[in-house]
Design a protein around this ligand. Structure first.
Ligand SMILES: *Cc1c(COP(=O)(O)O)cnc(C)c1O
Length: 463
């Protein structure tokens, strides 16, 4: 399987190279040159598989023999062994509401599904092909801990995660800083999340530093993350349809960087019989406005009760633009030029009609989010996290929809408390964090301070 850039200016690469490259070298995103199709008989057969066996089938064609099947099987096995639910991503029926629980991994948010796999994949490829990877990233909360848990203790990999000191929740901070493996380096910067992102961008733009120190990224543009997330759409369809290829189901997906919902789009393009996904955004509604008007234009970023969705420019959106334009990289470049120059891009009427075939979208306010948490709790006793609640609200006219639960409610207990006057009980992975030993350095929010720290750490590190 060849991978090409959405901007068309990279020679096709194989799966391993696409995973290690992350962002394409022309600034685009890597996508498979063609999307494998799954026929109805295969779908029926897959519906009988457990999550791990299914993952091997769904992911296999995209790896296309670059990793021997038995190795890929072992890698998938390791990635999901730490999930606390035997089904990995179960579909729960709570008083008629169908919820696809994606939060049974080590950090209690759905990003574990992809980052546990990506961490093992990195380790495997580096051991096989040689080299080291030094991951540098900035987090506002959830991604940092999921990335750290994805690579902790892995050979040939170091990870540096910047978080804004005092500006992430105590649980989120402790989830990161209590991981004491020698290859994990937490940095609290005296500044904001935007400072952290700027510093990381500066480091990646410092090309001698980047190549000299083998910097790598784990943000949601890595194709392997999309791939791992596609699996649970197939899995959930199998649970609800019983494997009948004529049974269509619908998903509601809380959306920030467009990664999760793009995985659903991919599953549909592969032939999974699902209706267009319902996109839920919070007040940061750029994607929802795009689906309604065909215009993609960033506004201010608002803080909401669903912080993992407080995003304006969605990094995976470019992949969708590419498929919407039937792989016409020149058209994608033109649209992104528009966005760069004028702050907006617009698709034509025929494309907009296609967008509306592909998705529906609803922007959900904070009061609506709280109302949904309250309503669901009163109806069935089930507690939604605020991100999940946006999806449930968006699907309320489609009671048959499967709603993706992207985090455990105990990670966002302030919102839960505000909605229902009590908190959700923490799963074991979130218990006792405040008492555990923590390790973190504190630095000024400057590129020079962080660069010096990364350099001095790696110059002495034995990995
Ligand atoms: C990251 C995240 C999202 C948004 O997912 P995208 O793939 O960025 O659209 C939603 N909910 C939670 C809890 C998250 O951590």
């Amino acid at each position: 399987m060849n991978y090409v850039s959405t901007r068309g200016r990279v020679d096709p690469v194989g799966f391993a190279q696409a995973v290690l490259m992350g962002l394409a070298t022309d600034g685009g995103l890597l996508v498979p040159a063609s999307i494998p199709r799954v026929d109805p008989a295969t779908l029926r057969a897959w519906s009988a598989l457990n999550f791990k066996d299914l993952a091997l089938e769904v992911i296999g064609p995209f790896v296309d023999g670059e990793i021997p099947r038995d190795d890929l099987r072992a890698l998938i096995e390791r990635s999901y062994a730490g999930f606390t639910h035997p089904e990995v991503t179960p579909v729960i029926d709570s008083g008629g509401l169908k919820v696809l629980e994606l939060f049974h991994g080590p950090t209690a948010a759905f990003k574990d599904v992809a980052l546990q796999f990506l961490g093992n994949l990195f380790e495997y490829l580096l051991a096989r092909d040689g080299g080291h990877l030094n991951i540098v990233g900035a987090t506002s909360g959830d991604t940092g801990s999921a990335a750290i848990y994805g690579v902790r203790g892995k050979a040939r990999i170091n990870i540096f995660i910047l978080h804004p000191k005092g500006r992430v929740s105590p649980i989120q901070e402790r989830q990161m800083t209590t991981v004491l493996d020698a290859n994990v380096h937490n940095i609290a910067i005296r500044g904001t999340f935007d400072d952290g992102q700027r510093i990381v961008k500066d480091l990646f733009n410092d090309l001698p530093f980047k190549s000299g120190y083998q910097l790598g990224a784990v943000n949601s543009i890595n194709w392997a993350r999309i791939l791992a997330q596609t699996v649970y759409y197939f899995y959930a369809w199998g649970r609800v349809s019983g494997g009948d290829p004529d049974r269509r189901v619908r998903f509601a997906v809380p959306t920030g960087n467009f990664g999760d919902v793009f995985a659903g789009y991919l599953a549909r393009r592969m032939g999974l019989p699902i209706d267009r996904p319902i996109i839920a955004t919070n007040r940061n509604d750029i994607i929802s406005r795009f689906v309604h008007t065909g215009v993609y234009e960033a506004g201010a970023v608002y803080q909401t009760l669903s912080p993992a969705m407080d995003i304006q420019l969605a990094s995976n959106f470019e992949r969708y633009l590419y498929f919407l334009h039937d792989g016409d990289a020149a058209a994608v470049r033109g649209l992104l030029d528009d966005l760069q120059r004028t702050g907006r891009l617009a698709v034509d009427g025929a494309r907009l009609a296609q967008v509306r075939e592909d998705f529906s979208a609803v922007a959900v306010s904070d009061p609506q989010t709280l109302e949904q948490i309250r309503h669901t709790f009163e109806a069935s006793g089930y507690i939604l996290c605020p991100h999940t609640a946006t999806g449930v609200w968006a699907a309320r006219e489609r009671p048959d929809a499967i709603c993706l639960a992207t985090a455990h409610p105990a990670k966002f207990n302030e919102a839960v408390q505000a909605a229902i006057g009590r908190t959700a009980a923490a799963p074991p992975s979130l218990q006792g964090l405040l008492e555990r030993e923590a390790r973190c350095v504190e630095l000024d929010a400057t590129t020079a301070a962080v660069r010096d720290h990364v350099r001095s750490t790696l110059d002495v590190a034995v990995v």
